[in-house]
Each structure stands twice: as structure tokens, then as C-alpha cells.
Design a protein around this ligand. Structure first.
Ligand SMILES: Nc1ncnc2c1ncn2[C@@H]1O[C@H](COP(=O)(O)OP(=O)(O)OP(=O)(O)O)[C@@H](O)[C@H]1O
Length: 606
């Protein structure tokens, strides 16, 4: 148990399945298994195929797996489906052929091949070529490997999607193999919040992993409470020899800094461990904090050439074309979202793979409902209000799909690898310039091409100034798309949406109300950046937006929420007296509970 990697986003773990194997009967049983294990059917088939390859053909279990896989053999050549909401389990089987690295800008790759490194274990080399289908190192990988493998501390900066994960994992794992720490096999355990701590402990008892991947909150929980056998978990962690902080800037920025520093107290001091820090964005003010986590002679590798702009140059890819546009009027907000998303799906070719970011989870949910219920364009929805199981299923489905649309919040902004994303659309100003860069990085990965569209409301146009040095241009064609003057199908759909809300459609009203209060919560915190002084001005924008959603009058907010938001007495705010909201014509009971239930935001990793 030597390596700890702290990872700020959810990383999938696959439940063990071999004990559940016997007694399974083909498709129906497979689906049961899928339900039980909370993984996609594709993954179960993949796991089964993996198990099969380890078994001798004469073993009864091998025959059973053969039979179970029977119907699914050959499916791997079928085209991948577009995403279908709620049907995450129905992606067809895929047997992990080395992925095709399509098109892509080869200049991302260095001249150095993995093969040319005598330090890399032959089996690792085989895995890189046969499983991942890669042979040349990317720039960040080639520039950091030697130092990291030699045990030096490394601070690495490279654009999103350029292979930082392998850059830190490969040397860490190879060192473990070389130093005999792995006993011949590398095991990895992933721990994160929203799951049972006891499950982590059971797994730790079964086997201490070579690599631990953890979110800070859960790791801290374990450090404080867990014992493995009779040994405290913190005692085991005190033997960690390599610490990796992926997305370092986020982990050492104010939000998580205290948790990370507390965790570091349990690890060997920086002189007695190796520390690898990687990120696409490293703001200057954080550099000092990062240096404190490393030895004095750390190696800095920067694959982003800073220009003449004092170090604030673009961290984005040259092959991601970025443009921005402003929604003509708040009253056109909803229709503009609909038109722009439709345009992204159809841009140049018919079946693009599009990731759409909204500022809050509730807004993601609201627009997902609009698209799935009213617009004839199914979308997947991923944000922090969904359970871990749901999020894992949806992200697996989107990862494996060739095309389709994912609506999401910042849970998908960093470190998430969905191959083949053609467009990233961001509605509303992101929380920072860095967050803009990371969200954009969901396209143009591994040298592929991509487009990034930033669509701002008229009240937040100033955000563009924060992107100075980034190659983003105003796009009049996007403005034209939002401004369409001839009546079309979208207008009919908007009309239907308005009528449904005004007639008290429970789902849309509830989602709209939650989105309204989340909008206020988010933008109240951004007023300074928008150079907006009066809360009344923000409330007036929110109320106009609620009108565009179909509300006859602004949704009312529970009194305590109004107080918490500092909106007491602000003109335009409707305060609900009882337990339900109010505002639209006919309103179902019991709304607004979501917001009342809201507690202090938890600083938990997504
Ligand atoms: N040497 C390589 N050759 C080709 N593809 C690679 C190579 N190394 C990594 N990749 C692929 O590039 C994609 C992006 O890699 P990865 O997720 O590690 O990027 P990242 O730099 O960590 O991005 P982010 O900053 O967004 O987390 C992945 O699909 C990965 O499999």
C-alpha cells in the first residue's frame, strides 16, 4: 500500500461480480445482474469476457460464461448508439479492442515511444499498445517520465486532454513494479463520497491496494475513523511513498485546501515522499502553496508556452475553435438554449457529440426536462443532485456513445474523459476563467478537433474580458441562430412549454421553480464580476427569465431561503407563507421543499 492519488472527480469502480455469476440465464439474467451491480450491460459483458479469457475451456464456469456471452458475440462491430435517456443499460457489447485514435492532431505526440523506454515493464508496454492502442508518448508524458520514474517531485502543466493521467500513473506504477512493492500485481482501490464507508473498509481488509484513488472528503473520513484489522487506516497511510494531486489547482485552491493540508499531515513529510502535481491551469497565486508541498529541487514541466502577456496565455487547444455570443434578450433565454443546442447537434454533420454546461445543477435538470418532455431531442443529464449509481451509468453511456447530448454542471468540468466530443457549449458565465478552460477541455482531447461555444446572457457579457489571451471570437452566426425571426418548430415547442407550465404541469413547474432559485443563488455570488450593484437588478432579471419559462408571476421562495440569500425586503421577491411555492397560474402543492431542504453547500468532490 504505497501510492495515494487524490482525484477530484468520481472515478468508476466495478463491483466484484464473480460470486453472482452462477445461476444466470442469458439476457434477462444479465439485466438482473446489471441492476444488481449498478453497471452497464456493456460493462458486465466486458467483465465476463475478461473472466473468460482467464479460464481453461474445460472448466464449467468457462462454459457457462461462453453460453452467457453467446448472444452478444459479434456485437462489438455494430455501430454505437446515440444516447437514449433512462436506457443506460442497453448499450451493445464491446470487447475492448484497442481504440481507434481517429483523425487527431499528431503534433500532440512526441517522438518518444513507450517502447523505447527500457524502464517500462514489457507487460505495461503490451497493455499500452493492445488495450489503450497508443504507442508514442504525448509531450507531457515524455517530458515528465524520466524525472518521475527517478523519484523526483514534478509540477506538470499541460493542456486538457493531453494525457496527464498516464503521465503520473505510469511512472508511479513502474516504480512500484521495479521496487517490488506490488508483489507482481498492481491493485487499485477507488474511494469517494456518497457510498458506504463500510464498503471501503471491507475492501481495504480484503487487500491493501498499490494505488489508492480518493476524493479528499472520503479520504479524510477514512483517516479519522477507519481501522483495517487492528491497524488504524492513518497508520497505513503514513507509509505512502507517492502522492499525486491531479487537478492540483482545484485541490489546493481555497475550497479544498484545508482538507488537503489535513490529509498531508497524515502522510510522510514532503522530504520523505514523492509528490506529483498536475493540472492544466496553475494560477500564479497558487504556485507558492504548491511549492510548499514539494521538495526544493522539484522539476517543473510546462507544456503550455506562455506568450508575451505576462503568463496568462491560453491553456486551450489550437484545434478547438472557440466562439461566443450573447442571448439577444432575457425573454429569449429558453428558446435560445433550444436553438443553440439543436444547432450544435446538427453543426456540419448530423450526429455530433455535445456536452452542454449550465451554471447550476437545477438549471441542468430544468433544461433536461424541457428537452426530454417538450423538444424532440433526448438528452442525458448529469449533476450533483443525482445518485452516484445514476451518474456512473449515465457517464458510461455517454462515454460509449458515438453521438448525443449530455447536459451537465461542473461535475463534468474536470478530468472526465469522454472520447469524441465534438462540441462543448457553455451557457452562462462559468465560476472562473480556469473553469471555462477545463469545461472546454472536454472536447479536442487526444489531439482531436472540437468546437467551444460560450453563450452569455445580456447581463453577464463582461465575462468575456476575463478570457483575455484566450483565442475566442464573437460569432454572429450564433446570434443569428438565437434571433431567428421566421416562425418555426422551436416556436411551436416554446408555445407548448408555456402552456404546460401555465396549466400547472407538475414536473416543469417544479423544475422551473428550483432553477429560478438556483439562478438567484448562483448569480448573487457573481454580482461583483458582473459589476452589478443592486440585488433588485438581479431579481428583475431572474423574474424576466421566469416569465420566459412560462411563469405568470415570479415563483415564490420560502421565507428562510430568502433570508439566507440576503434577499429579505428586496423588491420583486415573492415570499411564500406556507409550505408550497406560488407564482404560476395553477400551482401544485408542495413546491419549494427542495430549496428549504438545502443545507450549507458541502465541499465534497463530485
Ligand atoms: N500517448 C498517447 N497517445 C494517444 N492518446 C493518448 C495518449 N495518452 C493519453 N491518451 C488519451 O488522451 C485522452 C486524454 O487523456 P487524459 O484524460 O489523461 O488527459 P488529461 O490531460 O488528464 O486531461 P484533463 O486535464 O481534462 O484531465 C484519453 O482518452 C487518453 O486515453
Amino acid at each position: 500500500f504505497r501510492h495515494a492519488r487524490l482525484f477530484p472527480s468520481v472515478t468508476a469502480t466495478w463491483p466484484r461480480f464473480s460470486t453472482a455469476l452462477l445461476g444466470v440465464t442469458r439476457e434477462a439474467e444479465l439485466l438482473k445482474l446489471v441492476d444488481k451491480l449498478d453497471v452497464s450491460q456493456e460493462k458486465v459483458l466486458e467483465l465476463l469476457a475478461g473472466q473468460r479469457s482467464k479460464l481453461d475451456g474445460s472448466e464449467p464456469k468457462a462454459k457457462h460464461i461462453d453460453w452467457l456471452l453467446g448472444d452478444h458475440r459479434g456485437l462489438q462491430n455494430e455501430p454505437k448508439p446515440r444516447v437514449r435517456p433512462q436506457q443506460a443499460v442497453q448499450t451493445p457489447a464491446k470487447r475492448n479492442p484497442p481504440p481507434k485514435r481517429r483523425g487527431g492532431d499528431q503534433s500532440l505526440l512526441s517522438q518518444v515511444s513507450f517502447d523505447s523506454h527500457s524502464d517500462i515493464d514489457p507487460l505495461t508496454k503490451r497493455a499500452l499498445t493492445d488495450v489503450l492502442g497508443i504507442s508514442s508518448m504525448t509531450e507531457i508524458q515524455s517530458k515528465t517520465f524520466a524525472a518521475a520514474f527517478a523519484g523526483d517531485d514534478v509540477l506538470g502543466r499541460a493542456r486538457t486532454g493531453t494525457g496527464k493521467t498516464i503521465a503520473f500513473l505510469l511512472p508511479a506504477i513502474e516504480r512500484a513494479i521495479r521496487e517490488g512493492e506490488s508483489n507482481g500485481s498492481i491493485s487499485i482501490l477507488v474511494v469517494y463520497g456518497g457510498t458506504k464507508v463500510s464498503r471501503d473498509v471491507t475492501r481495504l481488509k480484503k487487500r491493501l491496494p498499490t494505488v489508492l484513488v480518493a476524493t479528499p472528503g472520503r479520504l479524510q473520513d477514512l483517516l479519522q475513523t477507519a481501522t483495517v484489522g487492528k491497524v488504524r487506516f492513518s497508520t497505513i497511510m503514513a507509509r505512502t511513498s507517492v502522492l499525486v494531486l491531479d487537478e492540483t489547482d482545484q485541490l489546493l485552491d481555497m475550497g479544498f485546501r484545508r482538507e488537503i493540508l489535513k490529509i498531508m499531515d497524515h502522510l510522510p513529510s514532503s522530504n520523505d515522499r514523492q509528490t506529483l502535481l498536475f493540472s492544466a491551469t496553475i494560477p500564479d497565486e497558487l504556485k507558492q502553496v504548491m511549492k510548499k508541498a514539494m521538495r526544493d529541487d522539484y522539476v517543473e514541466v510546462d507544456c503550455i508556452q506562455d506568450g508575451d502577456d505576462g503568463g496568462s496565455s491560453t491553456q486551450t487547444h489550437i484545434h478547438v475553435k472557440q466562439s461566443h455570443a450573447v442571448i439577444p434578450d432575457v425573454s429569449q433565454y429558453v428558446s435560445s438554449v433550444v436553438r443553440v443546442v439543436k444547432a450544435a447537434v446538427q453543426d456540419e454533420k448530423a450526429d455530433n457529440k455535445v456536452v452542454v454546461f449550465f451554471p447550476t445543477a437545477r438549471t441542468v435538470s430544468y433544461f433536461a426536462d424541457i428537452f426530454n418532455e417538450v423538444i424532440n431531442l433526448p438528452v442525458l443529464e448529469l449533476h450533483s443532485k443525482k445518485s452516484q449509481g445514476y451518474r456512473k451509468r449515465v457517464s458510461d453511456e455517454f462515454r460509449n456513445a458515438d453521438g448525443g447530448v449530455l447536459f451537465t454542471s461542473d461535475v463534468s468540468a474536470r478530468g472526465v474523459d469522454y472520447p469524441g466530443v465534438t462540441h462543448v457549449v457553455q451557457f452562462g458565465m462559468p465560476s472562473s476563467r480556469e473553469q471555462y478552460v477545463h469545461r472546454l477541455g472536454r472536447t479536442g482531447r487526444a489531439g482531436a478537433e472540437g468546437k467551444g461555444w460560450l453563450i452569455l446572457g445580456p447581463f453577464e457579457q463582461l465575462f468575456v474580458d476575463e478570457l483575455r489571451g484566450i483565442d475566442i471570437t464573437k460569432d454572429e452566426s450564433l446570434t443569428a441562430i438565437m434571433n431567428k425571426s421566421v416562425l418555426d418548430e422551436t416556436d411551436d415547442q416554446m408555445q407548448e412549454m408555456l402552456e404546460r407550465v401555465q396549466n400547472g404541469d407538475k414536473k416543469l413547474v417544479k423544475a422551473g421553480e428550483a432553477s429560478y432559485s438556483a439562478f438567484l443563488g448562483y448569480y448573487l455570488a457573481q454580482m461583483k464580476r458582473m459589476r452589478m450593484r443592486r440585488k433588485e437588478d438581479l431579481v428583475s432579471i431572474a423574474n424576466e427569465l421566469s416569465g420566459a419559462m412560462g411563469f405568470r408571476s415570479a415563483p415564490s421562495l420560502p421565507k428562510n431561503l430568502v433570508g439566507k440569500m440576503g434577499l429579505k425586503g428586496v423588491q420583486g421577491i415573492n415570499v411564500s407563507s406556507g409550505t408550497s411555492g406560488g407564482g404560476s397560474g395553477r400551482r401544485p402543492q408542495g413546491q419549494g421543499n427542495e430549496d428549504r431542504r438545502r443545507r450549507k453547500p458541502r465541499r465534497r468532490m463530485h
